[in-house]
Design a protein around this ligand. Structure first.
Ligand code: BGC
Length: 798
């Protein structure tokens, strides 16, 4: 740890004149929020407050009661497509435009920092929050995140890059420990943050709730100070996720400045005592205050009086992103696009009560909403609608029969199916990868009577598609925001050509996923045993067939790749390489292609995936038009993270440059030789799994990679309970179970006794599994903190 010398630190502070005047108490006070969304205002020092709001795909500005779960009201704002959809555009310009538009809404609503984007890696398809994240690939996630940040920050509004880091599951997200080996951490889980920090330059970074390798992120000196600040040069503010503070003294040392929300200033006394007794240098507090003051200054400068954003323009932008982010997964006999005059049966309740966003802190109150049914109406399509199933996913035989009759008398059935909102949310993970049986049954029945079927798939994460033969087409619209209906009909009618590509793999079945055997089994201790083999990096090397590969998406037109040119066939380590190719639209309509560049390491000197994405470009082409696409590769494009030397290294030898339309559809290849002095990592002692990927890695295998013994997680027992335990941990004690029941029944009352209410399920899952200290912080209720202390004491004594 780099201790800052007091004198040196004070003289290098940018806001020394203000800090000099502040009492220790006030300095500490400034380092946690004034309330749920605002920082402290201190007139006596001329310090104004700044205001923050979620989130990644639109503004959730709460004028009334604040919450971090998306439950209470927020002002109307444009609900843009969620990250699972916006990432499928692979269009950095569009992501930047989306950022700019969200910033404009923030300017009107006087929000200084927007809490997004989320660039966590989609490690497993069941993560309840995958819809808020971009990709299974660090390069895509980093580049899109950086573009979004540039868009927001370019308007003078701040961003908060989240959730830093290793937050790849929702179950037990507030207490889980992500056990990740160093190479994997660098290459997969930190890499998107690194790109987004270096290229996007966010004003703030939000630390995640979880631990990495035993240390909560709020106190994680290695991640927050050594890597984020010293290595990547981040000089903004690190803010806690809402209630993610673990140990505020350690957090100051780790370089975390701002605790949100206020936590009723629960930890202030502890910090002041620590400074007074010398266990915490006041330099740390000064350093934090200095950065917060700089942030406030920058944000204040960015404000614009009486700014108004254009609601219609933003809706249109949401529509454009939804169009480009929808992925055509199947189109047998070119059933799509269809003609407006065809008789259409539009079937599926999700198309009417449309799913277009996810639940939790990113939940937007949309400025308007065009359902799929609305979209059909607006375009005057000749159609009739029927629900086909209950909204919660339950089967309804009458609805099915009605759908069958409608399908019989129609030319084409458009069946809207997918994940009902209860299935996925912030706060908990999905239990399986299937859509409801009622949706599948409906589809099969409709297909039997009329096999001109088109599926519109809605949901935030990959699903199993065993029903693929019961439809001619699948248009995956993910959760595509408030203009979903506008976008859908344009694509179906061919007014727009699909150009979305998956930023994640769709495995055939859940069990094919690299961590399905271990994910969620012990959610408190998430062992990332598969190491760097995430998504396509795993499926390909393990020889698993997939349903739809990473980077895949169909179009109404066709493209031809040719003329691959690399600037050099031999380069020295560190030298740049230019790669070019030509792409021609060989079909009949205007369309866009996402050209993907992968690098394949042929040196065989270290364990590595078969290929890794190192570049992508989206190009738009008229029929017959041809364009040249160019990429620049640098040292990092070839490098792996060498744990021994704690650095990125490029090994000497042969590499292949692959250009393609998906990870499995490689169109052009070229060999390149790299001359380098780097010696290879000694992989000899590594278990065979990391080279062959047969079966699953065991804990013993992983320990060799991790370099340390890993003890199985043990639930705390009597005498070991503390405030980092959740009420669920104390459920077998009288004190714990009573408190659990009391909180449950109080909450249930608020939902009129409806146990199936989604918000109730969500809240119940969150409150029972949240470490008590964090629950108290989030509620801002210092009495609750005291009650929990009492419960812990009683439970330990029972
Ligand atoms: C979420 C964050 C969000 C914050 C504030 C937390 O629960 O994890 O993503 O920004 O709440 O709403």
């Amino acid at each position: 740890m780099k201790l800052i010398e007091r004198g040196k630190a004070m003289s290098s502070l940018k806001n020394k004149n203000i800090i000099d005047k502040m009492s220790l108490e006030d300095k500490v006070k400034l380092c946690s929020g004034a309330d749920f969304w605002n920082t402290e205002e201190m007139d006596e020092y001329g310090i104004g407050k700044i205001s923050m709001s979620d989130g990644p795909h639109g503004l959730r500005k709460q004028d009334g009661v604040g919450d971090h779960l998306g439950i209470n009201d927020s002002v109307p704002a444009t609900c843009f497509p969620t990250a699972c959809c916006s990432s499928s555009t692979w269009n950095v310009d569009l992501l930047e435009k989306m950022g700019r538009a969200i910033a404009e809404e923030a300017l009107e609503y006087k929000v200084d920092v927007v809490l997004g984007p989320g660039v966590n890696i989609k490690r497993n398809p069941l993560c309840g929050r995958n819809f808020e994240y971009f990709s299974e690939d660090p390069y895509v996630a980093g580049k899109l995140g950086a573009a979004w940040i540039k868009g927001v920050e370019g308007q003078g509004v701040g961003t908060s890059l989240k959730h830093f880091a290793g937050n790849n599951q929702e179950n037990e997200r507030l207490s889980s420990d992500s056990i990740i080996d160093e190479r994997t951490l660098r290459e997969i889980y930190l890499a998107p943050f690194e790109i987004a920090v270096k290229e996007g330059k966010p004003k703030t970074v939000m630390c995640a709730y979880n631990k990495i390798n035993g240390t909560y992120l709020s106190d994680n000196n290695y991640i927050l100070r050594d890597i984020l600040r010293d290595e990547w040069g981040f000089d903004g503010v690190v803010v806690t996720d809402w209630g993610a503070m673990n140990d505020k003294i350690e957090a100051f040392k780790a370089g975390l400045e701002l605790e949100m929300p206020s936590s009723a200033k629960m930890f202030d006394k502890m910090v002041i005592d620590a400074v007074n007794d010398g266990s915490l240098s006041e330099d740390y507090v000064n350093e934090a205050v200095d950065r917060i003051l700089s942030l406030i200054k920058q944000c204040t400068l960015g404000r614009r009086e009486n700014f108004k954003f254009n609601r219609e323009e933003h809706h249109d932008l949401a529509k454009k992103i939804a169009i480009e982010g929808s992925v055509l997964l199947k189109n047998e006999n070119n059933i799509l696009p269809f003609n407006k005059d065809k008789k259409i049966a539009l079937i599926g309740a999700l198309g009417n009560d449309v799913r277009y966003q996810g639940a939790g802190s990113s939940h937007i109150n949309p400025s308007k909403l065009i359902s799929i049914v609305d979209g059909f109406n607006k375009s005057r399509v000749n159609f009739k609608y029927c629900p086909g199933y209950e909204m919660n996913g339950d089967e309804n035989i009458e609805y099915v029969n009605e759908a069958i009759e409608l399908a019989k008398s129609s030319d084409i059935s458009v069946v809207v199916i997918g994940l009902p909102s209860e299935y996925e949310s912030e706060g908990y993970d999905r239990q399986h990868m299937r859509i409801p049986d009622s949706h599948v049954k409906l589809l099969e029945e409709v297909y039997k009577v009329n096999n001109n079927v088109v599926v519109i798939l809605l949901g935030g994460s990959p699903v199993e598609v065993p029903w693929i033969d019961s439809t001619k087409a699948i248009l995956n619209m993910y959760l595509s925001g408030q203009a979903v209906g506008d976008a859908c009909i344009e694509l179906l009618l061919g007014n727009e050509c699909p150009s979305g590509k998956l930023a994640e793999t769709y495995p055939i079945k859940y069990e094919d996923n690299q961590c399905s055997h271990i994910y969620g089994i012990d959610p408190r201790q998430a062992e990332y045993r598969e190491g760097i083999y995430v998504g396509y990096r795993y499926y390909e090397k393990a020889n698993k067939n997939v349903r739809f590969p990473f980077g895949f998406g169909l179009s109404y037109t066709t493209f031809e790749y040719s003329n691959l040119k690399v600037s050099n066939s031999k380069i020295n380590e560190g030298e740049k390489l230019t790669v070019k190719c030509s792409v021609k639209n060989t079909g009949k309509v205007f369309g866009a292609e996402v050209v993907q560049l992968y690098v394949s390491d042929k040196t065989n000197l270290v364990y590595r995936p078969i290929k890794e994405l190192k570049g992508f470009k989206k190009i738009f082409l008229n029929p017959g038009e041809e364009k040249e696409v160019d990429f620049e590769l640098d040292e990092r494009s070839f490098a792996y993270y060498d744990v021994k030397s704690k650095d990125w290294k490029v090994l000497q030898g042969k590499y292949e440059i692959l250009l393609g339309a998906s990870s499995l559809d490689i169109k052009l290849k070229a060999d390149v030789e790299v001359i380098s002095s780097s010696e290879s990592l000694n992989d000899d002692n590594l278990p065979e799994w990391y080279f062959k990927l047969q079966g699953y890695p065991t804990r013993k295998d992983f320990e060799k990679l991790y370099g340390k013994e890993i003890k199985p997680y043990k639930l705390p027992a009597k005498g070991e309970y503390d405030l980092n335990c959740s009420l669920n941990d104390l459920r077998y004690t009288n004190a714990g179970s009573m408190m659990l029941e009391q909180m449950r029944s109080n909450m249930l009352k608020g939902f009129g006794g409806d146990e199936n209410n989604q918000e109730f399920i969500f809240l119940q899952a969150i409150t029972s599994t949240t470490p008590m200290q964090r629950l108290a912080q989030q509620s801002g209720d210092s009495e609750l903190y005291e009650t929990f202390k009492g419960i812990v004491q009683m439970a330990n004594k029972e």
